[in-house]
Ligand binder design. Structure first.
Ligand code: ZL4
Ligand code: CA
Ligand code: ZN
Length: 393
């Protein structure tokens, strides 16, 4: 009666590399790879590994990274050392060229290994989905959506998502990329700006002046010219501080519902950045674990092969809660299928935060005033539907 039941005829694969989690960006840097360890131990404590196939991710090879990233960038990434001594003129120039070594993208011990493990997990996930060995493949160590072909950006050095989608395109005609990280998924959008085989859709806090990366306006829909098949294949949902589960869920279902109807994707890549949760150190939204997970549940119901990526998330206990809940959703949280996965957010054993309530309705952080008028929410859906009229298929 107890114990996790493996859903019949349905495979979830889980891709991690425990070595990745040991890397450090530096004492006070917000990106903490150990949040992956916290998430995994919570997932394990519910016995979820019994319900899925678990793989230690390979490290991606140079050639695999080179499927998107340029050789001179990779060569430099592979040789930089984290010593804080003054560099020669050449080294300094390359760091500027590739945006490496600043406070957002520091050079740390084992940087190249860290990057190839993150990419390895997402590539393994994509391959399992490609050869139909996996219905939902999970890579919580991936989701690094800001990295560019020749440049690091916003804590991201290698764009594992782009690499995984390139893999999916070998076996699926059309891929829908969805991004619920609080930041704009600019790197993935840029990579597929000129193809109609990938549609990208990011939901994010948008403020061109004061919120990173400053791109992703409602009318940023891909370069519009008659020679570009990728025009109208970038969808952006710019939001303001304090959006709630109700508003976000309504928007998500309308926007993604309309996209799926029009674009008819054959696979989904979903970036589940947990910095869109309330109480995140860098985030601005008011989403609860329930609302964040609802997006995963909605995508699962579409019945398409899917990869779940991690991403941002800077309050580790909340990251672990969300990704644990979303792993459970991938497995099917229906009590009849998985009687031991509780319908509430776990807390007691893992977080000694007495003030937090043990229910999903718990408030993860101080709620922010909601600066998203209902009128604007409707305007966004209307704009998206107008864009989609240009999309063939
Ligand atoms: C930090 O405390 O907005 C980095 C970054 C390092 C340690 C000590 C250095 C103190 C917040 C952020 C100086 C920090 C100055 N340390 C950081 C324009 C900025 C230039 C850099 O979730 N300063 C840049 C990037 C964003 C900027 C967000 C989200 C990734 C993802 C996917 C990337 N960059 C202003 C900030 C700290 C730091 C404290 C920080 N950086 C907050 N927001 C940014 O989408 C994984
Ligand atoms: Ca986003
Ligand atoms: Zn983010």
């Amino acid at each position: 009666e107890y114990g996790i039941v493996r859903p019949k005829g349905y495979n979830v694969t889980f891709h991690t590399n425990p070595e990745m989690e040991k890397h450090h960006f530096g004492q006070t840097h917000p990106m903490k790879p150990w949040r992956l360890t916290l998430s995994k131990s919570l997932i394990m404590s519910y016995g979820m590994p019994y319900a899925m196939n678990n793989y230690i991710a390979r490290t991606a090879t140079y050639e695999e990274l080179n499927d998107y990233h340029s050789q001179d960038y990779l060569d430099y990434l592979g040789t930089v050392l984290p010593e804080p001594v003054p560099r020669d003129v050449d080294g300094g120039t390359n760091e500027m060229r590739f945006n490496l070594g600043g406070s957002d993208c520091p050079l740390f011990e084992g940087l190249y290994d860290y990057c190839s493990m993150s990419a390895g997990g997402s590539l393994d996930a994509a391959r399992k989905v490609c050869n139909k060995e996996s219905d939902i493949a999970i890579s919580w160590g991936g989701g690094l959506h800001h990295a560019k072909k020749m440049e690091a950006s916003g804590f991201c050095y290698i764009n594992d998502i782009v690499l995984a989608i390139l893999q999916l395109l070998r076996c699926y005609p059309r891929v829908l990329y969805i991004d619920i990280d609080v930041h704009h998924g600019d790197g993935v959008e840029e990579a597929f700006y000129s193809t109609d085989r990938v549609m990208t859709c990011s939901f994010h806090k948008y403020d061109p002046v004061s919120f990173f990366p400053g791109t992703g306006a409602l009318d940023d829909n891909g370069p519009k010219n008659e020679y570009n098949p990728g025009a109208h294949h970038a969808i952006n949902v710019p939001l303001n501080d304090g959006i709630t589960d109700e508003q976000y869920g309504w928007l998500f279902e309308n926007v993604i519902g309309s996209i799926v109807e029009r674009f008819r994707p054959s696979a989904i890549a979903l970036q589940c950045g947990a910095d869109s949760l309330a109480g995140d150190r860098l985030g601005r939204f008011n989403l609860q674990v329930q609302g964040h997970g609802q997006c995963v549940a909605f995508c699962k119901k579409l019945g398409l092969p899917m990869i779940l990526f991690g991403g941002g998330g800077y309050t580790p206990r909340n990251v672990a809660r969300a990704w644990t809940w979303e792993t459970a959703i991938a497995l099917g949280v229906d009590k009849k299928i998985n009687p031991v996965i509780p319908q509430h957010t776990p807390w007691r054993e893992h977080f000694r935060q007495e003030e937090l309530l043990p229910t999903l309705e718990q408030i993860l952080g101080d709620p922010k005033p909601n600066k998203n008028p209902q009128k604007r929410i409707l305007e966004i859906v209307q704009h998206v539907q107008e864009q989609l009229r240009f999309v063939q298929h």
